[in-house]
Design a protein. Structure first.
Length: 154
């Protein structure tokens, strides 16, 4: 299965909202989302919790790969919502590591508006801190194996 396809479910909640991954590696994770009704708060603007969800998901996948496919656990997330993304707009999300330690990783996640006619405009910037030295439980081994296959294909 192509990681860029709508069927790829590296992260179930992101998949449900229509997020499509573009890159998955130890140094960069990215993807795109169209702002639909499912993602909006009452003013038809991207819900701040969805931006935080994207940050948590991208940072966790990246940290999992960077740790050599150990289990990761997010321990802190901070987010600044710089400008709104309106219903119908396209959002590009990118994430990269700030620090990769044996136990703790810190990842930066940035969301951008991507109108072709305009310069990219930042929607939010997040920092996610993760513990990345935990053993993988048996029930999660299959999904990590699946993730490994996708990463090696890219
Ligand atoms: C918070 C800001 C409006 C502050 O902007 P500031 O004045 O500091 O900066 P700028 O003037 O440079 O503007 C930057 C950028 O903000 C947009 N903007 C500014 N003013 C307005 C405005 N009056 N109305 C709409 N948008 C405005 C404008 O697009 C500017 O961009 P440019 O492209 O023109 O440069 C601003 O920082 C901001 O809008 N931040 C984003 C806030 C946001 O989207 N937060 C997340 C969603 S809120 C949420 O999640 C939420 C959840 C709920 O469950 C709710 C439930 C019930 C009610 C509300 C809920 C809710 O809001």
């Amino acid at each position: 299965m192509d990681p860029k396809s709508a069927e790829f479910t590296a992260d179930n909640p992101l998949h449900i909202l229509g997020f499509v991954f573009e890159e998955l590696s130890a140094t960069r994770v990215s993807g795109r989302l169209t702002v639909t009704d499912k993602c909006c708060q009452p003013f038809k603007v991207l819900h701040g919790g969805v931006s935080a969800l994207i940050a948590e998901g991208l940072a966790s996948l990246g940290a999992g790969i960077a740790s050599g496919y150990k289990r990761v656990a997010g321990v802190h997330l901070s987010i600044h919502h710089i400008r709104p993304a309106a219903l119908g707009e396209s959002v590009f999300a990118e994430s990269f590591p700030v620090s990769v330690g044996k136990n703790i990783q810190v990842w930066e996640v940035r969301l951008w508006k991507t109108k072709e006619t305009e310069k990219k405009k930042m929607i939010s910037t997040s920092r996610v801190t993760l513990l990345s030295s935990l053993p993988v439980p048996d029930h999660a081994k299959d999904s990590l194996d699946q993730l490994k296959k996708f990463v090696s294909k890219l």
